[in-house]
Structure formats: C-alpha cells, structure tokens
Write a protein that binds this ligand. Structure first.
Ligand SMILES: C[S@@+](CC[C@H](N)C(=O)[O-])C[C@H]1O[C@@H](n2cnc3c(N)ncnc32)[C@H](O)[C@@H]1O
Length: 202
C-alpha cells in the first residue's frame, strides 16, 4: 500500500524544491495580484510551493488551480525521482488541507489538462513541471493563451543544472526577470493575451 509522506509540525512547509529565496520571490509575485485573482501551478508535487503562499491565497481570495500527474519527472534523468511507495497525490491533498487551502486539483499531464482552462482567464501561472527543454517549451506555449492581459507567467529552476528550462525560457522571446537568491524567472513586461506569438529560436 502506498503511503503519504509523514507530515511534521502543523505549520511546517511540506518537503519540496522551493528554497527560502524562491518562496520570498513567489510571495512577492502573488502579493502583486489583485484580490479574487486566479492562479495556476503546473507541477506541485508535495505542495510546498502552493502551501508557501497559502496565507496570501486566503487573504486575497485567490482562486488556485494545481496540475500534476504525480508521476515525477520522467524525461530528465535522476530528476524528481518517482518513488512508487509514496502516494504524492495523497500527500499533496493532506498538505493543502493542513494549510487550509482548497485548490482545484487537475490530475494528469499538463498538456492534457490545458483545454480545461478557458483562454484569457488566469492572472498568474507558475511552471514547475517537466524541466526538459521540449516539455518546458510546450508548457509555456500551451498555457500562454490562458493568461489575461497584464497577467504573469513565471517558473522555477532557471539554473545551470536545468539547462532545459534556461533554453526554453530564453527561446520564448519574453523579456523576463531573474531574482538574486532564487531560481525563479518571471515575465517582466506583463504579457497576457494579445502578446505576439513566441519567437522560437532554433
Ligand atoms: C519539481 S516538482 C514540483 C515541485 C513543487 N512545485 C515544489 O514546490 O516542491 C515537478 C512536478 O511536476 C510533475 N510533472 C512533471 N511532468 C509533468 C507533466 N508533463 N504534467 C504534469 N505534471 C508533471 C511531477 O509529477 C512533479 O510532481
């Protein structure tokens, strides 16, 4: 039988990949959104990133949508190891409950879920799923039309270790921002619908 990760102290963030620096930047991004905004996280795993903004979600009545197939990342060797003894979905569900949030969870491959999201309906999307160049590029491209005018697209792991992410983000033609002490990237000049098609460099 699969087990959920054991959870610790009531207020302790779940294990995961977001560092303190990432959390600080992500919280700044979410703090900039208006009350009632809609956000999507693609790649949630144990729920660390979404739980790190739980208080902001509640304070600002943010509508949150989380997407994951909970199979780990299979295309980048050694990355986000999938342990079949751990039920990551159960663990995620327990963690968001513990943090008193109730995101809409779409379980499946990101590209299979994208059509469930209306175009031009989301204020901020965080991409943190498959870090291969092909998959990261495909997520960026597929989810871009979902973002409202003046919305934000951001993502995790713009670092040397994840060349796929760097290449995918660089190839977009976005003007984007990086943050010292964090591996988050975020669109600089807000994009949203109406943005010209992405420049896909070779
Ligand atoms: C880096 S982890 C996410 C970490 C999380 N944001 C945190 O705060 O620790 C990547 C997650 O993306 C999921 N994933 C990878 N490829 C995916 C895909 N194509 N569609 C949906 N989920 C995917 C994996 O199952 C894994 O849970």
């Amino acid at each position: 039988m699969k087990i959920a990760y054991k959870n610790m102290d009531q207020n302790e963030l779940p294990n995961g990949y977001f560092t303190d620096g990432d959390i600080e930047v992500y919280r700044r991004i979410i703090s900039s959104l208006e009350a009632g905004s809609t956000i999507i996280e693609i790649g949630v795993w144990n729920g660390r990133s979404i739980c790190s903004i739980a208080d902001l979600i509640n304070k600002k009545s943010i509508n949150s949508i989380c997407i994951d197939h909970f199979k780990g990342t299979l295309t980048v060797r050694g990355l986000h190891f999938y342990d079949e003894n751990i039920d990551a979905q159960k663990s995620f569900e327990a963690n968001v409950k513990r943090f008193n949030i109730n995101p809409k969870l779409l379980v499946g491959k990101s590209l299979d879920m994208v059509n469930l999201i209306p175009d031009n309906s989301v204020d901020c999307i965080l991409i943190d799923a498959d870090h291969s160049r092909e998959a990261a590029s495909a997520d960026i491209k597929a989810f871009l039309p979902k973002i409202k005018k003046n919305g934000i697209m951001c993502g995790h792991d713009y670092v040397r270790k994840h060349k796929g992410v760097i290449k995918a983000v660089n190839a977009t033609g976005f003007e984007f921002e990086l943050f010292p002490g964090s591996s988050l990237w975020s669109t600089k000049n807000f994009i949203g619908s109406g943005h010209p098609p992405l420049k896909q460099k070779a």
